[in-house]
Ligand binder design. Structure first.
Ligand SMILES: Cc1cc2nc3c(=O)[nH]c(=O)nc-3n(C[C@H](O)[C@H](O)[C@H](O)COP(=O)(O)OP(=O)(O)OC[C@H]3O[C@@H](n4cnc5c(N)ncnc54)[C@H](O)[C@@H]3O)c2cc1C
Length: 290
C-alpha cells in the first residue's frame, strides 16, 4: 500500500477543517470495515490522506429529544442493538443491526459508515427509510439537513459533497401503535451480506383494518425507495394472508418495472414477494404477542 497522511481529529470542527484543506484526495475513516477492505484491493484508488474520525466523542451515542431519536453517526451497530431507546421506538432498526456481519463487524462498523458507503445491501437503510429518517451533514461552511429518501443517487453514490461529514441521523419515535419488522435473506446464515431484505411499518386500527403501511425493500431497486404502489394495496383492507400475498406480488412487479428482467430476476421475483409477505406477517405476530 502506498503511504498516506493520517489525521485523527478530536472534534467535528477540526475534522471539517482537515477535510477542506486536504481537498478531494482525502478519505474519512470511521470503523474502517468498508474502507480498509476497499483499500486493500489491488485496484484501489488510494487516498492522499486518511481522516480518522473515530475519536470524535460528540458523534457517538443515542439520545432522545422530545418526539425524536438522534443517533450519532459514529454509533456502532452493537451500540444501536443494545440501546433501550431503539428497542422501544425503532425495533425494526434493532432487528436490522443484529443481522449485520459478525460480532466483530458490529463492534467496529458504524451506522454512519453504513449509510455513507451506500452499498445496495446496507442493512440500516431500509428501516431508517421507513422511519422517515433525516441526516445532518457538516462541513467547514456550516451544516445542512436532508431526508434519507433524497440522499442516494445510485449504489455507492450519494449527494454528500466530498468535504461533508455525516454527523447524525434522526427520526420521529415510532408510535407504540405502529408495528414494524425487518427480514433479510442472505447467502448463508452467518456473516451474510443481504441478498434481499424488507423493512415494514404497519398501523392496524379497530376491526383489523390497515390504516397505514410503509414498505422499503433492500437490494431490490436501483436505489432504496418506499413502494407506494404496494402500500396502497394494503391500506383500507382487513388483515389477511391474501392481502399480504397481493402486496408482495405488487412489490415484485414494481421492482421489475424498475430493473427490467436480468439474470437475477428469476430468483428475486418470487423471493421478494415472499419476504414482503413474511415481514407483514411478522408485524402481526408481534401485535398478537403484545
Ligand atoms: C465481513 C463483513 C461483513 C459485513 N456484513 C455486513 C452486513 O451484513 N450488512 C451491512 O449492511 N454491511 C455489512 N458490512 C459492511 C460494513 O461493515 C458496514 O457498511 C459498516 O456499517 C460500515 O461502517 P464503518 O464505520 O466501518 O465505515 P468505514 O469503512 O469507516 O467507512 C465507510 C464509508 O463511509 C465513509 N464515512 C464513514 N463515516 C462517515 C461519516 N460520518 N461522514 C462521512 N463519510 C463517512 C467513509 O469515507 C467510507 O467511504 C460488512 C463488512 C464486512 C467486512
Amino acid at each position: 500500500m502506498k503511504p498516506f497522511d493520517y489525521f485523527s481529529p478530536k472534534t467535528l470542527n477540526e475534522a471539517c477543517s482537515l477535510l477542506r484543506n486536504s481537498g478531494e484526495g482525502a478519505r474519512i475513516l470511521a470503523g474502517g470495515t468498508d474502507v480498509l477492505v476497499e483499500l486493500r484491493k489491488p485496484s484501489a484508488h488510494l487516498p492522499k490522506s486518511i481522516i480518522d474520525i473515530s475519536r470524535i466523542a460528540a458523534l457517538k451515542g443515542i439520545t432522545e429529544s422530545g418526539d425524536s431519536i438522534i443517533i450519532g453517526a459514529l454509533t456502532t451497530h452493537d451500540e444501536v442493538h443494545r440501546s433501550e431507546l431503539i428497542a422501544k421506538y425503532a425495533p425494526l432498526l434493532r432487528s436490522a443491526v443484529s443481522m449485520i456481519g459478525s460480532p466483530q463487524i458490529r463492534n467496529r462498523g458504524t451506522i454512519g459508515g453504513n449509510i455513507m458507503n451506500a452499498a445496495a445491501c446496507a442493512d440500516t437503510v431500509p428501516p431508517l427509510m421507513t422511519l422517515n429518517a433525516r441526516l445532518k451533514l457538516n462541513s467547514s461552511l456550516g451544516e445542512r439537513e436532508i431526508a434519507l429518501t433524497d440522499f442516494f443517487v445510485k449504489p455507492y453514490v450519494t449527494i454528500a459533497h466530498p468535504d461533508e461529514i455525516l454527523s447524525e441521523i434522526h427520526f420521529h419515535k415510532l408510535s407504540l401503535a405502529l408495528r414494524s419488522s425487518f427480514v433479510k435473506l442472505g447467502r448463508r446464515n452467518a456473516l451474510s451480506i443481504a441478498r434481499l431484505s424488507v423493512a415494514v411499518v404497519l398501523k392496524v386500527g379497530g376491526k383489523g383494518i390497515i390504516e397505514e403501511a410503509r414498505i422499503v425493500p433492500g437490494a431490490a431497486f436501483p436505489i432504496w425507495q418506499r413502494v407506494r404502489e404496494a402500500e396502497v394495496v394494503l391500506v383500507g383492507q382487513k388483515l389477511s394472508r391474501d392481502i399480504f400475498v397481493e402486496a408482495g406480488k405488487k412489490v415484485s412487479e414494481i421492482m421489475i418495472s424498475y430493473t427490467g428482467r436480468r439474470w437475477s430476476t428469476e430468483y428475486k421475483e418470487p423471493v421478494i414477494a415472499v419476504l414482503v409477505r413474511r415481514a407483514l406477517e411478522q408485524c402481526i405476530d408481534k401485535e398478537k404477542k403484545a
